[in-house]
Write a protein that binds this ligand. Structure first.
Ligand code: ADP
Length: 284
């Protein structure tokens, strides 16, 4: 039985476990869908500096894939390749292929705006628009023309807030500003906003790092519920979180993927000594 650690602070203070650390969660061995995102030989350069080196991996549908690894190893850069957010960074250049359902996202015929409708993104710090709760969720469906009537739009907003586990807390104050919610509620609002445009993939870049443990637990439960419908990719600095929420884990190190496998295997029987060193807190 692997020794469990409750959070990353424990990694630095606890005695070094002899075996890998975080225990996989109840959903770790849930079945995963077919490959949704196939990545081949992706390299990313910021000016002259290379941040990713020929990364290749397959990300399954209807599952949560966690990216772990020390700061600066390229996890966020890689996440941004999936919805072409690196296009928005001056001097950034991406080589290689990212295919979603077989379609290369980098070809000129792919409209990045439509791509980002299919591939939603949730950031570290909740970022609601300076608008009402209702408008935060209604905005995307409106600009993408997803509702033909006010009633339909209201239906999308309600369904999205329900899926994000926020409806009961906000149903009676939909006109209040999104920014009036707590941090954890704002993060669920942003998830509702992403869900409202019918995405297929949801990218989450350290979605809980600004939240307290209770709000974090709520978001983790939500991620576990959402995986049945979406392809979810989460970057996290918390080993325990990766182990709790994901079915697949990829370990990044110095711009490369050292290994990717089932979360169970990565945390209990990693194939590479660098993975073992990282998950047991020997560096990070
Ligand atoms: P991680 O998410 O694993 O912390 P990042 O993807 O943020 O890693 O960073 C990978 C490398 O790319 C780092 O060396 C970082 O300094 C560099 N980098 C990230 N974003 C930029 C940027 N906008 N401009 C220049 N360098 C960047």
């Amino acid at each position: 039985m692997p020794q469990q650690i409750s959070d990353d602070a424990a990694r630095t203070t606890a005695p070094r476990p002899a075996s890998p650390a975080a225990a996989p969660g109840a959903g770790a061995d849930a079945p995963v869908g077919p490959t949704k995102i196939a990545v081949r030989d992706v390299s990313v350069f910021y000016g002259d500096k290379q941040a990713l080196f020929e990364v290749s991996l397959d990300i399954p549908d209807k599952a949560v894939t966690a990216f772990i690894g020390p700061s600066g190893c390229g996890k966020s850069t890689f996440l941004r390749c999936i919805n072409r957010m690196n296009d928005t960074i001056p001097g950034a250049r991406v080589a290689g292929e990212v295919r979603i359902d077989g379609e290369d996202v980098n070809v000129r015929t792919v409209d990045p705006v439509l791509l980002r409708q299919r591939v939603g993104m949730v950031f570290q710090k909740p970022n609601p628009f300076p608008k009402s709760i209702f408008e935060n969720v209604a905005y995307g469906p409106k600009i993408h023309g997803l509702a033909s009537s006010k009633a339909e739009l209201e239906g999308i907003v309600e369904t999205s807030l329900k899926r994000a586990g926020l409806w009961r807390e906000v149903a009676d104050r939909l006109q209040a500003p999104g920014t009036s919610l707590s941090g954890g509620q704002q993060q669920r609002l942003v998830i509702a906003r992403a869900i409202a445009v019918n995405p297929e993939v949801i990218l989450m870049d350290e979605p809980c790092s600004a939240l307290d443990p209770i709000a974090t637990a709520r978001i983790e439960e939500l991620i576990d519920e959402l995986r049945e419908q979406y392809c979810i990719v989460i970057v996290t600095h918390s080993m325990a979180q990766a182990a709790r929420v994901s079915q697949r884990t990829a370990f990044f190190h110095m711009g490369k993927v050292v290994e990717m496998g089932s979360t169970e295997d990565i945390f209990t029987n990693p194939g590479d000594p660098r993975t073992l060193d990282y998950i047991t807190g020997r560096f990070g």
